[in-house]
Design a protein around this ligand. Structure first.
Ligand code: SF4
Length: 395
């Protein structure tokens, strides 16, 4: 997750990095930090994230660059949330993981939620103990499937035995807030396999589940192999069936693709969906500070040479209004209209009157008690709804 979960950047324009001066940014007020670890033990066939195969010397150089960037950025020492994603953070060796977590220690004194992503085949008891020592209190595990043939089809290197060993170790270490990722819509996958996968993951008793439908990205191995996406109707049927089952099991469907036990919604991801500012550290991460969104140099090598360089995009008022809706409508509670009005001096219906009226008329959007939100059907069609917003206001 390179910065914002579940959202692709819809437009990008590099701006002069001196555009916003340091004085304009109050980093003490920024509640969240995302750090991207761009290394993996192997490459999954569906992946086109910023990542490369783990090499010890490269990671050592990267750790120095991360230290330089953190010293220059100076995040708040009372961050509410820290999220280390990737890539595969657990692909780092034990000593490298220790070094990375030490770099973040001084920023976590008041952190409520500290998440690290793990892949089952790269975790050891020592690494879990190291996470525990440094205050990590939430783990996000890339399970993806419990079907070994599907795992192999995706070039995932873990087995069910690895998953079970990890779950035992996690429990022994005392971690209790566990998120798991599940992919559906794989080539030739059937409804029966989706149901079996879901049963498998539910038996592992995660407190949080993130659901991804397979998307075939041109830069991924699947894209290069010409793998075709599954039928759209079947994919929608799979999504609806998973949602139904998870609701029956007592999970809250709090975001388009995310489900949580009561009290276990991700604070970090909610901050991002509520369009709060967050600091992005490392090649592959992006962040948002005020009206500036940024990412880092275009390659790992360039990042290692100049870790403090950020490519910035200055967001107009209209773009920020659109992005507030793009993110906020993903959440089941939707967007707080009062907050929106305080921030922009108008309501969404002033800027997007036709699309909002149409969305309400068709039963995709609803306004209630100072909130604008998607209905269940609207959540499934959110991308098309947003395209109408964009076209109406020419964002
Ligand atoms: S999906 Fe995750 S683990 Fe697989 S190659 Fe991409 S970043 Fe690495």
């Amino acid at each position: 997750m390179p910065g914002i979960p579940g959202i692709a950047l819809w437009y990008h324009e590099a701006m002069n990095p001196t555009h916003t001066s340091k004085q304009q940014i109050d980093r003490e007020a920024i509640p969240s930090l995302y750090l991207h670890v761009p290394f993996c033990a192997s490459i999954c066939y569906y992946c086109d994230f910023a990542r490369q195969i783990y090499r010890r010397e490269t990671v050592d150089a990267w750790l120095k660059a991360i230290q330089t960037e953190l010293e220059s950025v100076q995040p708040s020492h009372s961050l509410e949330t820290i999220y280390i994603g990737g890539g595969t953070p657990s692909s780092l060796s034990e000593d490298q993981l220790e070094t990375l977590l030490c770099l973040l220690d001084s920023y976590r004194t008041e952190t409520k939620e500290y998440t690290v992503e793990l892949n089952p085949e790269t975790v050891s008891e020592e690494k879990l103990n190291c996470l525990k020592r440094h205050g990590v209190n939430r783990l996000s595990i890339g399970i993806q499937s419990g079907d070994e043939a599907l795992l192999a089809r995706m070039n995932r290197k873990h087995t069910k035995a690895d998953i079970h060993r990890l779950v035992v170790q996690i429990n022994a270490c005392g971690f209790s807030n566990i998120s798991m990722d599940l992919i559906y819509g794989l080539p030739n996958e059937t409804m029966k396999q989706v149901e079996a996968d879901l049963n498998y993951v539910l038996d592992l008793k995660p407190t949080h589940l993130s659901l991804y439908s397979l998307s075939i990205e041109p830069g991924s191995v699947f894209g290069k192999q010409g793998v075709q996406p599954i039928d759209e109707d079947l994919e929608a049927e799979m999504y609806e069936s998973i949602v139904r089952r998870l609701l029956q099991e007592g999970y809250e469907h709090y975001e388009v693709s995310n489900f949580a036990r009561p009290g276990k919604q991700s604070i970090h991801n909610r901050n991002v969906w509520q369009y709060k500012d967050f600091i992005g550290i490392g090649y592959g991460a992006w962040g948002k500070e005020g009206n500036v969104r940024y990412d880092h140099a275009g390659s790992l090598q360039a990042y290692l040479k100049n870790p403090c360089y950020r490519e910035k995009v200055l967001l107009s008022d209209l773009e920020r209004q659109f992005e507030t809706l793009m993110m906020g409508l993903r959440l089941s509670e939707g967007v707080f209209l009062k907050q929106y009005q305080e921030q922009f001096g108008c309501l969404p219906a002033d800027t997007f009157p036709v699309s909002i009226a149409k969305g309400i008329r068709r039963g995709y959007l609803e306004e209630e008690k100072d909130m604008l939100r998607c209905t269940g059907q609207g959540m499934e069609l959110l991308n098309s709804i947003l395209v109408e917003f964009m076209e109406e206001a020419e964002v």
